[in-house]
Design a protein around this ligand. Sequence first.
Ligand code: C2E
Ligand code: MG
Ligand code: MG
Length: 262
Amino acid sequence: VGAGRMGVGLRLQVRFQPILGTDTLRVRGAELLLRWVTPQGEIPPTQFIPIAEMTGSIVPIGKWVFRQACLAEAAWRARHGISAPYVSVNISARQLNDETLARTCKAELAETGADPSRVLLELTETSLMSDVATNLRVLGQLAELGLQVAVDDFGTGYSSLSQLLRMPVSTLKIDREFVDGIDKRHDSKAIVSAVSSMARAMRLEVIAEGVENENQLNYLRDIGCDYVQGFLFHRPMLPEDFARLLQERAAERRSDHAEDLY
Ligand code: C2E
Ligand code: MG
Ligand code: MG
């Protein structure tokens, strides 16, 4: 699980970066992030995903990635029940345009036994707004399967809010650029706070990505941002390290609970 060979010599591995509740700092979810491992070292997804999109190989890669996400969800839930984290997985624009996406997702969900309501599909704002008519139809099919949808890198594209509201979206992920600006720039602070209140009004949950320091965390907590993700807490982790983190956190909670009893 979590490592695979695509075609000749393409070794892909997954990492999981924890997503925490802002108030409790408990692990509530994890984002699956892809790595291409070569003898020369790891190649980051920002370099190979655009190429995979151009050549179309993102479709089989995306299928494999979605399966890894489903397997992880099922495994974490088998181990931790309702306190298991949800899994978040990136879907590229090109996959959204592929007619077989919903069918593939349906088959993988059935084969792996993953709970679709605990699988969050991350689509960037730019890809969601690129072809609204097609996307509305495909997102409708995905929502019918029970999958959740998040808008990734929110604030970097040009969203039509009325069109966004017509889409079956449950979550906004505030782009790292704005989180990074919290303790540097006045306008970033205003944007992060405005996005949070807007999301609340639209009954959407908000995740801040790229949280790197306490100052940013405190601000995000003050404005009521629901979830945080970033190097302040954890870097993207090997699947086995993430599984260990979940075990440790569960053990801590059990011993806290035991202390409460006395
Ligand atoms: P993203 O979906 O916005 O993922 C968040 C990126 O921010 C990740 O980079 C993560 O490692 C990084 N990050 C998280 N916290 C921090 C922080 O505190 N500071 C800094 N400086 N960075 C942080 P990564 O793993 O290099 O991925 C980059 C992008 O590649 C992702 O952006 C996503 O758009 C794409 N990507 C990754 N995996 C997949 C995949 O399986 N499929 C597709 N289609 N795209 C993927
Ligand atoms: Mg993402
Ligand atoms: Mg992002």
